[in-house]
Ligand binder design. Structure first.
Ligand code: NAD
Length: 470
């Protein structure tokens, strides 16, 4: 099942040459007319769509080899999101790239005042391994539409996908504008020493800080899509069966290795056992009695992460209420529910990023709110309740990248909603038109004539107080 592919790595010594080529490509673009620039961007979006349409089987095979993702999960949760964004970017391309006229005062009635989107220039996209194809191609859509040239650095941990990105991008996109550099942290650090016009990073908060420090050297703007613990409140009035089904779906997709996975649940003692039973039933409905035999159940990306997750299982003081099976050779960890976890439990300290669900008993919604507010701001916050008042009560008392009622994950599939974190979970946002905005400088433009210069005598020196009184 898990292939032992060898990572194609870019030699660090080749990076300056790759960058010079892409910088020259972007410089060449600046000598083109507006029309030519737009035609080029549109042709690249269409080429990116062809890349998806013609290579779906290869992409899903790479995701299967890296994470044992099923074809349906790969297409549904990873690839369709990108295709939908490409289709929208092509459809709305001229609307997005058009100048945006702004309101004017009497003094500027005769002038032209508008904002013209212009690309930042040469950007760097650094991806993570958990949705490895999506995380480098989804930001690319808006980057291309906005006219940027881009260097992509996929994660070295999802080897098959990294190799495929390295192979496919040059076959479809303009090699003077788009290049793939592959390798690990050393390659990323070498890239980060260079001056980029924008950096888009997806990964851990720890590395996000390294990226931002490096970017500060050149005053490069960053978009940081980071992680953290996304909490869930299951209120007493929640539809417990539906809540359990949706939470377990989100927790077990990609074996819990999703940035917006529900990380831990808070509920009252009175619904806890019912919730646990429903969670167990849901897991069994999804993957059968033995998930290791299900072709839909993913694996942990590598042995280091397998050991990190099983280390949490050993360290917790909570009680495991599932029959747990682990297999290091297969990097397999079965779904595991924990009750009796207390605030200082290891399962409640770091982002789990695995199929473990700790359930913390709280005595009230206020206690749950306090628990969340005493920690870093999460990327997603899920609230299961049938009562709108409870939802709004939580909404106005907490801060998170996104707040979602009665479901998980779907906020990421609505590309009119910006996707991103707040505080420790990230800076900036993307998806759909928001990606185009992230990759554009909205240049304010004022165009005026010279005929009415006599009207400006009031602002030209010499000054006297009577001018102010006017
Ligand atoms: P990772 O190990 O693949 O690292 C991400 C990228 O950072 C890789 O390309 C890697 O080469 C690079 N990198 C690693 N160390 C580096 C260093 N010292 N200097 C420069 N670059 C370095 O992925 P990860 O960090 O394990 O990713 C998991 C985290 O990402 C989780 O916290 C998850 O929540 C978060 N995540 C967030 C989103 C989001 O959209 N907000 C999406 C996916 C994952």
């Amino acid at each position: 099942m898990m292939s032992e592919a060898v990572l194609i790595e870019t030699s660090v010594g080749d990076i300056p040459q790759v960058l010079d080529k892409i910088r020259a490509g972007f410089k060449k673009r600046q000598s083109w007319s507006d029309f030519e620039q737009k035609q080029h961007a549109l042709s690249q979006l269409k080429a990116l769509k062809r890349l998806f349409d013609e290579n779906m089987d290869q992409i899903t095979a790479a995701l299967k080899a890296d994470l044992n993702k099923s074809e349906v999960e790969s297409i549904g949760l990873e690839l369709n999101v990108v295709r939908a964004d490409i289709i929208e970017a092509i459809r709305d391309f001229y609307k997005w790239t058009a100048p945006q006229y702004v309101a004017k005062g009497v003094a500027n009635m005769m002038d032209d005042c508008y904002m013209k989107p212009e690309p930042h220039g040469v950007g760097l996209i650094i991806g993570a391994w958990n949705y490895p194809f999506q995380l480098v191609t989804l930001p690319l859509v808006g980057a291309i539409a906005a006219g940027n040239a881009i260097i992509i650095k996929p994660s070295e941990l999802s080897i098959n996908t990294s190799n495929l990105v390295y192979d496919l991008i040059p076959k479809y996109l303009d090699n003077d504008f788009y290049a793939v550099v592959t390798g690990g942290a050393d390659v990323a650090q070498c890239l980060l020493k260079e001056r980029f016009d924008h950096i888009f990073y997806t990964g851990s908060t720890h590395v996000g800080k390294i990226v931002m420090k490096a970017a500060a050297e050149h005053l490069t703007p960053v978009t940081l899509e980071l992680g953290g613990k996304s909490p869930v409140i299951v209120a007493d009035d929640a539809n417990i069966d539906v809540a359990a089904r949706r939470i377990m779906w989100g927790k077990l997709a990609n074996a819990g290795q999703t940035c917006i996975a529900p990380d831990y649940v808070m509920c009252s003692e009175s619904v806890r056992d019912r919730f646990v039973d429903s969670c167990k039933k849901a897991a069994e409905q999804f993957f059968g009695k033995d998930p290791s035999k299900s072709s839909d159940y993913c694996r942990i990306v590598n042995t280091r992460h397998f050991k990190r997750v099983t280390g949490l299982m050993e360290a917790t003081k909570g009680t495991c209420v599932s029959e747990v099976v682990t297999d290091e050779d297969q990097r397999y960890i079965s779904p595991a529910l924990y009750v009796g976890v207390t605030e200082d439990d290891p399962l409640l300290k770091e982002e789990i990023f695995g199929p473990l669900l700790p359930i913390l008993t709280v005595s009230s919604i206020d206690e749950a709110i306090q628990f969340v507010n005493e920690r870093e701001k999460p990327l997603a916050f899920y609230v299961f309740t049938e009562n709108s008042k409870t939802f709004h009560y939580i909404s106005s008392r907490t801060s998170s990248g996104a707040l979602v009622q009665n479901t998980v994950f779907f906020q990421a599939g609505i590309n009119t909603l910006p996707f991103g974190g707040v505080g420790n979970s990230g800076i900036g946002a993307y998806h759909g038109k928001h990606t185009f905005d992230t990759y554009s400088h909205m240049k304010p433009i004022l165009r005026t004539g010279t005929k009415m210069d006599f009207l400006l005598k009031v602002i030209y020196p010499p000054h006297n107080k009577s001018k102010i009184k006017q």
